[in-house]
Design a protein around this ligand. Structure first.
Ligand code: ATP
Length: 495
C-alpha cells in the first residue's frame, strides 16, 4: 500500500533525501548556508536539465516559437519602463521585539478565518464588504476577506497601525502584541553597479524576471528569424528577487530559474490564444507525470493594472496549493511602454489593413526550479514491500536523473565485466549507472529512492544464454530479454 506522509514531515523527508542523494544542497553550506539560495547536486542538475529540455522542445518544437538567451543585467531604463522600479515591491512590517519581517499579504493569508472575521468586525470592513461584493458578509470566503482587508490597508495610512494598537494583529513569531511597525514598501530587485565606481548613476539590477529580455528583443528576433505575428519567443534563465519569506525549500528562493514564453498576437485574437496556451501548459505539466488531482487553475481575482486576464497553474505542495506557472494576457502594455521609454517604435505592419499596430502579448511564465520541487514532491512515495519500507520516487522516465542502473548479481564469474560493457553501451543513449556494491535488493532500493525507472541485472543465466532481467521501478515486475535488445527495449519504453 502506497503511503504519503503528512505535510511538514513529507517536506522534511524530501529535503533530507535531496541532500543525502545529491539532488539539492544548501548554498555555501560549510559557512552555514545562505538564506533563499540552493545548489543543485549531480542528480538535481540532471533532473532540472531534463525539465528544461522538455520545456524547450515543447516550445521551439511546435513551430512559430523562437528561443533567445538575454543577459541578466539590462539597461536600468528597462525596469522603469516595465514598472518594476516603481511597483515591484511588497508592503512589509517588522516586529520591533523579535525582528521578524513579514509581507503584509502573507500575514493575512496565513490568518485563521476566525481571526479575519474578528478583525473585519472591528473595522469598517463589514460595510465595505457588503458594498464591494454586494452580498452578505457571511458568504464571503476567507480568501476574499483577506484580499479586501489588504486593499483597505493599501489605501489607508493608518489602518494597519490601528489594528496593531487594538491588539487585533500581533507577531506570529513571538506572539507579542503592539510590536509590529507600520507597513513599508520594500523593492524586491537586487541592485548592483556597473564599473568601478559605486554610485546611483551606474546602478543596475539583477533581472527579477526573464520576460523583459524578450520584449526588448522583440523586433530583433522577428526580423532576424523572419517571423510574422502571431509568433512567440521563449527563454530559460535565472531570475533574482530579494524575497522576504524564503521558507518552503525551493518554492520561494532569491535566485531561481524561469521558463518564459511571450506570444505576440494581434488584439482581438488574444483571448483565444490565452485559452489555447492555458490548455497547452496545463497538459505539459501532466505530460511530466503531474496528476490532475494535484493541480488546479486559479484565475487571478485581482488583475495587475496591465493585464486583461491572468491565472495560475497551481500544484498541491505539502503545505497547500501554490503557483508553478502564471498565464497572463498582458495586452500591448509592455511593448507600448518600451516604445515610450526607448523612443523606438515596436509596432508591426498589418499586411491586410496596411496599418501599423502594437502586438498584444500572452505570456506563460513557469518556474523551472519551483516546478522541479513540485515534481519531486509529486513523485515521493513510501510503501510497505514484504514487511520493509520502500521509498520510491515515481518520476516520469523523461525527467528521472538516471534512466537505468546496470547491476551484476555477484562480483564474480565475469558478471561485472558484462555489466560494465552493457552500461558503457547504454551510456551513449541515456544516463546510466553501474552499481556492484551490496545485496541486489539494496541496490534496487537505492535506485527506487532516486527515481531510476529501470534496473538491468546480469546473473548466472546471462552467462549461459545472454539474457538479462529488466526490473521496472513502479511495479517491481521483472522480465527477461536478450542482452542485445536491452537498449532498444529501454528506448521504446522511454518514448
Ligand atoms: P509568487 O506570487 O509565488 O511570488 P509570482 O506571481 O510573483 O509568484 P511570476 O512573476 O508570475 O510569479 O513568476 C513566474 C513563475 O516564476 C512562478 O510561477 C514561479 O514558478 C516562479 N517564481 C517566481 N518567484 C519565485 C521565487 N522567488 N522562487 C522560485 N520561483 C519563483
Amino acid at each position: 500500500m502506497a503511503q504519503v506522509p503528512s505535510s511538514q514531515a513529507l517536506l522534511e523527508k524530501i529535503v533530507s533525501l535531496s541532500k543525502r542523494r545529491g539532488f539539492i544542497f544548501q548554498s555555501s553550506e560549510i559557512y552555514g548556508g545562505l538564506n533563499g539560495c540552493w545548489d543543485f547536486g549531480p542528480l538535481g542538475v540532471e533532473m532540472l536539465r531534463n525539465i528544461k529540455d522538455a520545456w524547450w522542445r515543447a516550445m521551439t518544437g511546435r513551430g512559430g516559437i523562437e528561443g533567445i538567451d538575454a543577459s541578466i543585467l539590462m539597461h536600468p531604463r528597462v525596469w522603469e519602463a516595465s514598472g518594476h522600479v516603481q511597483n515591484f515591491s511588497d508592503p512589509m512590517v517588522d516586529c520591533r521585539e523579535c525582528k521578524m519581517r513579514y509581507r503584509v499579504d502573507h500575514l493575512f493569508g496565513e490568518m485563521s478565518e476566525k481571526k479575519l472575521r474578528a478583525i473585519s468586525k472591528a473595522t469598517t470592513l463589514e460595510g465595505a464588504l457588503a458594498k464591494t461584493l454586494n452580498m452578505q458578509s457571511q458568504e464571503v470566503t476567507k480568501e476574499q476577506l483577506a484580499e479586501i482587508l489588504l486593499s483597505m490597508i493599501e489605501k489607508s495610512d493608518t489602518l494597519f497601525s490601528e489594528l496593531v494598537e487594538k491588539e487585533l494583529i500581533g507577531c506570529p513569531n513571538c506572539g507579542r502584541v503592539k510590536t509590529l511597525t507600520p507597513p513599508r514598501n520594500f523593492n524586491l530587485m537586487f541592485e548592483t553597479h556597473i564599473g568601478p565606481v559605486k554610485d546611483d548613476s551606474n546602478a543596475v539590477y539583477l533581472r527579477p524576471e526573464t520576460a523583459q529580455g524578450i520584449f526588448v528583443n522583440f523586433l530583433n528576433v522577428m526580423q532576424s528569424s523572419r517571423q510574422k505575428v502571431p509568433f512567440g519567443i521563449c527563454q530559460i534563465g535565472k531570475s533574482f528577487r530579494n524575497e522576504i519569506n524564503t521558507k518552503n525549500f525551493l518554492f520561494r528562493t532569491r535566485e531561481f530559474e524561469q521558463m518564459e514564453m511571450q506570444f505576440f498576437c494581434k488584439a482581438g485574437t488574444d483571448e483565444q490564444f490565452f485559452e489555447e496556451w492555458r490548455e497547452t501548459r496545463w497538459n505539459w505539466w501532466q505530460s511530466l507525470g503531474m496528476p490532475e488531482s494535484k493541480m488546479r487553475f486559479k484565475p487571478h481575482e485581482k488583475l495587475a493594472h496591465y493585464a486583461k486576464a491572468a491565472g495560475d497553474i497551481e500544484f498541491l505542495f505539502p503545505f497547500g496549493f501554490g503557483e508553478i506557472e502564471g498565464i497572463h494576457n498582458r495586452t500591448d502594455f509592455d511593448l507600448t511602454r518600451h516604445t515610450e521609454f526607448s523612443g523606438k517604435s515596436l509596432q508591426v505592419h498589418d499586411e491586410q489593413t496596411k496599418e501599423k499596430y502594437t502586438p498584444y502579448v500572452v505570456e506563460t511564465a513557469a518556474g523551472a526550479t519551483r516546478g522541479f520541487m513540485a515534481l519531486l514532491c509529486n513523485a515521493y512515495e513510501e510503501e510497505q514491500v514484504e514487511g520493509e519500507q520502500r521509498v520510491v520516487m515515481r518520476l516520469s522516465p523523461s525527467i528521472a536523473p538516471i534512466k537505468v542502473a546496470v547491476l551484476p548479481l555477484v562480483n564474480k564469474d565475469g558478471m561485472p565485466e558484462i555489466a560494465q560493457s552493457l552500461e558503457k553501451d547504454l551510456r551513449r543513449s541515456m544516463k546510466s549507472f553501474y552499481d556492484d556494491s551490496g545485496a541486489v535488493g539494496r541496490r534496487y532500493r537505492r535506485m527506487d529512492e532516486i527515481g531510476t525507472p529501470f534496473a538491468v541485472t546480469i546473473d548466472s543465466d546471462t552467462l549461459v544464454d545472454q539474457t538479462v532481467t529488466i526490473r521496472e521501478r513502479d511495479s517491481m515486475k521483472q522480465i527477461r530479454i536478450a542482452i542485445a535488445g536491452v537498449r532498444q527495449y529501454l528506448m521504446d519504453k522511454m518514448d
